[in-house]
Design a protein around this ligand. Sequence first.
Ligand code: UD2
Ligand code: MN
Length: 369
Amino acid sequence: MSRLLGGTLERVCKAVLLLCLLHFLVAVILYFDVYAQHLAFFSRFSARGPSRALHPAASSSTNCSRPNATAPSSGLPEAPSARPGPTAPVLPPCPDSPPGLVGRLLIEFTSPMPLERVQRENPGVLLGGRYTPPDCTPAQTVAVIIPFRHREHHLRYWLHYLHPILRRQRLRYGIYVINQHGEDTFNRAKLLNVGFLEALKEDSTYNCFIFSDVDLVPMDDRNLYRCGDQPRHFAIAMDKFGFRLPYAGYFGGVSGLNKSQFLRINGFPNEYWGWGGEDDDIFNRISLAGMKISRPDIRIGRYRMIKHDRDKHNEPNPQRFTKIQNTKLTMKRDGIGSVRYQVLEVSRQPLFTNITVDIGRPPSWPPRG
Ligand code: UD2
Ligand code: MN
């Protein structure tokens, strides 16, 4: 009897032990899945010798305390020279869900951010802010376009946070800062039209255009800066709006359209001078063209905006309310097909391409100066 009992007990013990082992294994797998970036971090050490030889400056100064610490901490091969030459084997397509994404990021705008540091931490980024993943072939080429004037301080943070994110997302991309020359009234949407044309002039393979305010940083790298079947709105849950969409038709902040979607709506309006309304006009254009907005999950489309006052010469446009009622009438004649501007300078900086442009001034309102 006792032998029988002992035998049963032994079997039970073995089963429990086996279960524990299984549980432990699942826990380990989950751990490495969630903390994939740590894996990437460690793998960097094993590849340290050669990467150091290629980038002597990159080895010591990387800040790894932040989850989205830049450059080598992504664990990706960095060297442009690692890219395949004409005889190298064809790289596999980049995965739909890039491995090595971090998820939620810690974003803060308090520590100073010198450009030299950003540059040092992103050695794989080529002149003009161009990057191509060294280990796979992306399906799209993405032009990121930033409307800009007098926001150097914001741009530094933007570059610091975005380059590592975009690299982890395995994108082939270029960064275009469209800098409005002079002190006339600001015109965000017209600058974005200029960015579309100028980026294509530089590289006709661009087929996805992401339009981003300079002061908006995503808080989650799973918010993939890619284009899809429908125009995409990325910045759906901003800190300044309590991490909610302020209204159903909101399309401000960061958005993305592929080339054909952009051309189908005749691009963006050129006639919104000053603050506001242009994003609603773009939303109208998309709806009128029979397209729908696609958005990420509300938990992923989170953003921090660098706090700022309203800029000079970007006062709210009092015409915006009437203008957005008339998109149907105006979108055919006012858009990418009719944009007039003059490029004053194209300068390829280490982390971005700066395009200074004269876009003219509003016809009547507001008075200049
Ligand atoms: C909101 C929208 C923005 C746009 C704007 C109305 C958010 C987060 N963003 O921005 O997408 O629809 O309202 O026009 O809700 N800029 C300069 N220099 C200037 C003025 C503007 O660089 O002197 C650029 C810069 O990229 C900035 C963007 O234009 O981020 C939008 O201007 P803003 O940040 O002053 O306006 P905001 O935050 O109300
Ligand atoms: Mn802003």
